[in-house]
Write a protein that binds this ligand. Sequence first.
Ligand code: B1M
Length: 222
Amino acid sequence: MDDILNRLARCVEYGKTDKAASYPPDMKGQDGADELAKQALEQGIKPDEILEKSLVLAMAAVGDRFTRKEIYVPQMLMAARAMNAAMKHLKPYFQSGETKRKGKFIVGTVAGDLHDIGKNLVAMMVEGGGWEVIDLGTDVSTEKFLKAIDENPGAVVGLSALLTTTMENMKKTVAAIREKHGAMQILVGGAPVTMDYCKKIGADFYSPDPQGAVNYLRQFGA
Ligand code: B1M
């Protein structure tokens, strides 16, 4: 099991999307993230194990290498693409939870921020936890969040931010939601976000990972 998860992690880290991809050259002709994720599932490895023990670790390694300036934006993009190729196989499992929905969860990455891998993981896990997820995507304006909240009374809202610069937009959106929908439950997350920041901007809860989001939502579900 460790072997296939290590190989999958390596594919994601180095942006090897599938067997046909000629990049990186030293992996040419080998299975990529697409094939290995499928094989891992066929071997009976649980989707959450594939996620935690392979994909999330690979993306963390990509981030570290980017910080050390060993790789640049194009390599990050390739890694994200490989991650998505693997996630395509995992997604149906996360989405196949119970048929009866526990409630509605509106989620989006805040204005100015294009990072969606973590937000998508949260959306998938929450959906797998039995919630109907309304995914507003990335670069979501405050107005778009407010419109979705108006259209879905009783929903819980989740905001993701990956950049220290866009955390400021998270603060603005939370303030606008509070002003219009005082008692609304607001969950925040993303790499630079902390519980201290969550409290400071008036959100209700911070989760460092998708499972924390699922656990938090349990108290509100039908
Ligand atoms: Co960007 N990027 N990026 N990037 N990128 C980071 C975030 C960065 C930390 C890299 C670095 O410097 N080490 C850095 C931010 C620095 C900072 O703000 N302090 C950075 C930068 C600078 C940038 C650009 C500005 C680069 C440039 O253009 N010069 C640019 C900004 C574009 C924009 O958004 N306007 C940019 C662009 C990109 C790509 C487009 C190339 C690509 C994104 C592709 C995509 O998302 N579709 C990308 C990537 C891939 C990364 C890294 C390498 C990986 C992010 C990721 O997907 N992580 C990242 C470095 C890193 O994180 N170490 C980096 C894996 C993901 C599973 O983790 O999103 O944290 P994460 O989600 C976690 C938790 O945070 C949590 O659950 C997830 C699973 O555990 N979580 C929530 C997330 N949202 C949640 C919401 C919740 C609850 C939990 O409730 C609602």
